[in-house]
Design a binder for this molecule. Structure first.
Ligand SMILES: Cc1ncc(COP(=O)(O)O)c(C=O)c1O
Length: 404
């Protein structure tokens, strides 16, 4: 066979850098190397026991059926529960038919861009951004337009930036609040200013709220959809249970929005994956309708780790770190160390090379900011034990101190 030709639509697509860092750390660990990884974007807690118990109970029911297909968009009781919860949080009226359950919020977003974009349609993406947005937009043949934000502005995109970036092809803005990777949480005033420009420029908002329940200190989550009914109508809500309920591996996310869009997304899902895993839907129903104390307990633990990690990072000479107010990531500026040499004379010319060296020589895995559109920064997840935070940031400090 001559050389295998792959689809050219993949040409601009990069593999997910967070998955790559996590995989590299896991491989080293499997080879017996003691690596501390801050790479993974997932809680270290196990899925709460009442959620697992609900699945066990369902599987034990004599009528069975949990190994069967469901409606493409998810079982009705789950869509009802999602419509009720998101309707209350975002102050919008949602019918269960306006909800599509998918195989993780990543899948929700993929379906969404595929259903929404014509070739050349533009999507505004504030940077630093979650690694997958630009690539998903490109897979759908859209054009990602990144809007750089500054650490000094707490990484918030401004209404003026959005206004200036709009063209006749602009369809939507992605608002990830709280943000992965920065942990930034938008204030009410910032959300109101963005809501005004959304109406002025006739945009859709893709509101990725996967971390909305993980907000700390005096910060508060403000839903852009709740600002007024007109904005509510043009907001597409993307949410899920991965981060809030420590359910990353169950793979359930969901979208709520205008009925024609949800139907279009269901058409794509129906011709690709069909329904998300049936037992995972049962687990999600239990998560949303069961006791919520587990969420508060995990949030409290993340908050303590957040405070500890930021303090340790700020103590490293040359490193600065804004206070992350949500999600579970710290996003320090390590640009003072980019361009330095390792003790064996290797030039670490950018943050990717720096992170490669850190995992190999320093035995600590962090994700390079370049993957998030923010060269010179690194992302550390603090969804890990306090022991790992203390030892791992210690390793980071020791490794950086060796560079000259
Ligand atoms: C901002 C953001 N959106 C969406 C997702 C997708 O989450 P999942 O597919 O696990 O539901 C993630 C996961 O890392 C994320 O950080």
């Amino acid at each position: 066979m001559s050389q295998l030709k792959l689809a050219s639509r993949l040409d601009p697509i990069k593999p997910s850098i967070t998955l790559a860092v996590t995989a590299k750390a896991a491989k080293l660990k499997a080879a017996g190397v003691d690596v501390i990884s801050f790479g993974a974007g997932e809680p270290d807690f196990d899925t709460p026991s009442h959620i697992k118990e609900a699945v066990r109970e369902a599987l034990g029911r004599p009528e069975g059926g949990f190994g069967k297909y469901t409606d493409v968009g998810g079982i009705l009781p789950l869509r009802k529960a999602i419509a009720a919860e998101l309707g209350a949080v975002h102050k919008v009226a949602l019918d269960p038919d306006q909800v599509l359950v998918s195989t993780g919020a990543k899948h929700s977003l993929y379906n969404l861009f595929m259903a929404l974009l014509d070739p050349g349609d533009e999507v505004l993406i504030p940077a630093p951004y979650w690694v997958s947005y630009p690539d998903m937009v490109m897979l759908a043949e859209g054009r990602p337009v990144t809007l750089p934000t500054r650490a000094d502005d707490d990484f918030a995109v401004t209404a003026a930036q959005v206004r200036a970036a709009c063209t006749a092809r602009t369809r939507a803005i992605v608002l990830n609040n709280p943000s992965n990777p920065t942990g930034a949480v938008y204030t009410r005033a910032q959300i109101e200013a963005l809501a005004a420009v959304v109406l002025e420029k006739d945009l859709l908002v893709i509101s990725d709220d996967i971390y909305r329940q993980l907000v700390y200190g005096d910060a508060a989550y403000v839903s852009i959809a709740s600002i007024n009914p007109e904005v509510g109508k043009r907001t597409i809500l993307v949410d899920g249970v991965s981060k809030t309920y420590a359910m990353t591996g169950w793979r359930i996310g969901y979208t709520a929005g205008p009925l024609p869009l949800i139907k279009a997304m269901a058409k794509i899902q129906g011709q690709s994956t069909s329904n998300p895993t049936h037992v995972s839907q049962v687990a999600t129903l239990a998560a949303l309708t069961g006791p919520q104390a587990c969420v508060a307990e995990m949030r409290q633990a993340f908050d303590e780790r957040r405070v500890a990690m930021v303090k340790l990072l700020r103590a490293i000479p040359g490193v600065s770190c804004r206070e992350p107010k949500g999600a579970f990531y710290a996003f320090p500026d390590v640009s003072a160390y980019v361009g330095k040499k390792s003790p064996d004379g290797k030039l670490l010319a950018d943050d990717v090379q720096l992170c490669d060296w850190l995992v190999e020589a320093g035995k600590v895995a962090v994700v390079p900011g370049s993957g998030f559109g923010a060269p010179g920064f690194v992302r550390l997840s603090y969804a890990c034990s306090m022991q790992n935070i203390e030892a791992g940031v210690g390793r980071l400090a020791d490794a950086l101190a060796q560079l000259s």
